[in-house]
Design a protein. Structure first.
Length: 197
C-alpha cells in the first residue's frame, strides 16, 4: 500500500479519489464517481489486452470516453462506452468527434449491469472494490470465450487474473489485471475460479 499514493475514501456510499479531481456527483444510479485514468495508463490497459483493428472494446463506466477513443484512434479498434451520467456521454461524443473517431465509437447512456455487451472482444473497467465483482456473471455469460477483460486497480472478486501488471504512472502505481473468458465447457466458466489441472 505504501506505493499507492492515491488514497480512496468513502463519500456518501461511493468511492472518490482524494488526490484527483473527482467529487461526489449526484447522478441517480451512479455508484462509482468519475475518476479519470491517466493517458499513459489508458495506453497500457489497451496494450495489456492486445487490442487491434479486429477488436470491439467496451468500457464499462466510460467517463469522458478516453479509453474508447484511444482504442479507436491509436489501436484501430471499434469502441463502445457505457455510462450512466448523461453529461459524460455527451462529453464523450464530443471528444470522439474532435479525435476524428466518431464513426468508430459509440457512447450509450445505459446501466452497465443491464447493457448488452455480447459484441465486445475486450472489456475494460475501473469501478470500485465492491462494484467490480458484480459484472462477473454478465462477463462470463455474454462474452465469447477468449475475450479479454482488464480491470484497473480493483480485482473481480476472487477470480484469479491471467496476468497482473504494476504500471508506474505519473503520480502512483496502477494495478492492471487481465482475464480471458474461458471456454464454456471449462468448470471455471461458471464460478470464475481457476481449476487445478
Amino acid at each position: 500500500m505504501s506505493r499507492i499514493r492515491k488514497l480512496l475514501a468513502v463519500c456518501s456510499g461511493v468511492w472518490l479519489s482524494v488526490a484527483g479531481s473527482a467529487g461526489c456527483a449526484r447522478v441517480p444510479g451512479v455508484e462509482v464517481p468519475d475518476v479519470r485514468t491517466p493517458p499513459e495508463v489508458v495506453v497500457e490497459i489497451l496494450r495489456l489486452a492486445r487490442v487491434g483493428p479486429d477488436d470491439v472494446v467496451y468500457d464499462l463506466g466510460s467517463g469522458d470516453g478516453r479509453i474508447v477513443i484511444v482504442a479507436a484512434r491509436d489501436f484501430g479498434a471499434r469502441g463502445v462506452g457505457i455510462e450512466l451520467d448523461p453529461g459524460l456521454v455527451a462529453e464523450s461524443a464530443r471528444n470522439a468527434r474532435r479525435a476524428r473517431v466518431g464513426e468508430r465509437t459509440r457512447f450509450l447512456l445505459q446501466d452497465i449491469f443491464v447493457a448488452d455487451i455480447s459484441e465486445a472482444t475486450v472489456v475494460t473497467l475501473y469501478l470500485s472494490p465492491d462494484v467490480s465483482l458484480r459484472p462477473r456473471p454478465k462477463l462470463l455469460s455474454q462474452l465469447r470465450p477468449g475475450s479479454r477483460i482488464v480491470s484497473h486497480d480493483f480485482p473481480i472478486g476472487d477470480w484469479q487474473p491471467t496476468r497482473v501488471v504494476n504500471f508506474t504512472g505519473p503520480e502512483r502505481t496502477h494495478v492492471l489485471s487481465l482475464w480471458f473468458v474461458p471456454p464454456r465447457y471449462d468448470p471455471c466458466f461458471r464460478t470464475g475460479r481457476p481449476v487445478a489441472r
